[in-house]
Structure formats: structure tokens, C-alpha cells
Design a protein around this ligand. Structure first.
Ligand SMILES: [Zn+2]
Length: 239
């Protein structure tokens, strides 16, 4: 087989190996992306539920304080009425003290209720925002999740197809050249066939003798970098 054709096969093989590497990586990062999206929805839901729960509790507290306030007001009215019919100084002192006590309690309770109402307004606003966010997150993530899950489910099939392609290519490549390719790939990763740049190896920059460059250009030899062992090719970018 002419060298040009051999190199073309090697480049195809390298592309397939690159794709296989990407597919392998996506087996890790796709589940991670799916988890992140699911967690985002889950966390927004939890924040919403926590605020709704708090609103419920504040509401109960508000009702309880409202009832207490009503009781204090009733008692105050009752004591004020009794003031009109007291007979002794002792009775007067006792009632005055009760009335003062209820007035303080009423004012404290009213203050507390006001605080709760403000807090409840904040919570309602928060809940509104969380609901809106949840809607957005769920809508955005649903589309992405469908896409990502489909991709994840199809990885094994894609790998099988690529492995089939790889087999078809490798049987057509010279065994010694293929062995060189596999050896460099094991040592150097996916970058095995490298373009010559500025008369040097495009990966490690080791210079190439001019004589060799001529022969590589003409497609007379397959040259491996004597420093890093990569297979060097002449392309349009080499000149
Ligand atoms: Zn090199």
C-alpha cells in the first residue's frame, strides 16, 4: 500500500481513538451532570418547602398571640369596669396593678404580632420567588435531562460502533506500522500521528533532518520522531 494511503488510515484510526476516548470520558461526566441538575431541582424544592413550613408555623403563632391579645383586652375591660365600683384602697391598688400589667402585655403582644406579620410578608415573598425559580429550573432541567439521559443510554452503542470501525481500519493497516501506533499511543496518549511544523516534530519540537523532510513530503518513508517516537506527517500546515 502506498504510504499516503497508510497515513490516511492512521489518521482515521487516530480520530476513532479520539472519539472512543471522549465516549469513555462522557461515561463519567454525564452521570455527574445529571446529578447536578437533579440536585439543583431538589435543593430549590427543599428551600421552598422549608419556607412554606415556616410560614405555617408563623401563622399558628400569630393565631395564638391574637387569642392571647383578645384575652388581655377582655381582662383589661373587666378590670376597668371594676374600677368604677371599688370600695377600698387595697382593691384600688390591686386593680391598678392588674390594669398596668395588662396594658404592658397588650403592647408587648401587639409588638410581637407586628414582627410576625412582617416576617410572614417576607416569607410569602420568598415563597413566591422559590416557586418561580422551581418552575424555571424544572423547565430548563427537564429538557436537558432528557437529552443527557438519552446520551448516556446511547454511549455503549456508540462505543460498539466505533470499536467496529476501529477493527475495520486496523485490519487494513500494515502490522508493523499499527504496532508502532499502538506503542506510541500507550506511552503518549491520543496524539500519535503528528503534523510536522517548522521542520520539527509538532509535539516535542525535535528538529528533522532536511533530507528526511524531503522523503516524508514525497511519501517515500514513514518517519517516527527519534525523540518522542510519534509518527510524523507532512500536511498543508507544515510548510
Ligand atoms: Zn517528537
Amino acid at each position: 500500500m502506498v504510504i499516503e494511503k497508510e497515513m490516511e488510515m492512521l489518521l482515521k484510526l487516530q480520530n476513532i481513538d479520539y472519539d472512543l476516548g471522549e465516549l469513555d470520558r462522557s461515561k463519567d461526566y454525564l452521570p455527574e451532570m445529571i446529578n447536578n441538575l437533579e440536585r439543583e431541582t431538589e435543593e430549590t424544592k427543599k428551600a421552598l418547602e422549608a419556607s412554606e413550613q415556616e410560614l405555617k408555623e408563623q401563622n399558628l403563632l400569630h393565631s395564638k398571640l391574637d387569642m392571647e391579645l383578645a384575652t388581655f383586652n377582655q381582662e383589661l375591660a373587666k378590670f376597668q369596669k371594676q374600677m368604677l365600683i371599688i370600695k377600698t384602697n387595697k382593691e384600688y391598688d390591686a386593680l391598678t396593678s392588674e390594669i398596668a400589667n395588662r396594658k404592658v402585655r397588650i403592647s408587648e403582644t401587639e409588638e410581637e404580632i407586628l414582627k410576625i406579620l412582617t416576617h410572614m410578608d417576607d416569607l410569602k415573598e420568598k415563597i413566591k420567588q422559590y416557586k418561580q425559580k422551581l418552575e424555571e429550573v424544572e423547565e430548563n432541567n427537564a429538557t436537558q435531562l432528557v437529552h443527557l439521559r438519552e446520551e448516556l443510554n446511547s454511549i455503549e452503542d456508540k462505543i460498539k460502533i466505533k470499536e467496529g470501525d476501529r477493527k475495520n481500519i486496523t485490519v487494513r493497516i500494515d502490522k508493523r506500522l499499527l504496532a508502532t501506533y499502538e506503542r506510541v499511543k500507550r506511552g503518549r496518549g491520543n496524539q500519535v500521528v503528528v503534523t510536522i511544523r517548522k521542520r520539527a516534530c509538532g509535539a516535542c519540537y525535535k528538529g528533522i533532518p532536511p533530507q528526511m523532510i524531503q522523503e516524508i513530503r514525497k511519501g517515500e518513508i514513514i518517519y517516527t520522531c527519534d525523540n518522542c517516537g510519534r509518527i510524523l506527517i507532512w500536511t498543508d500546515e507544515s510548510g
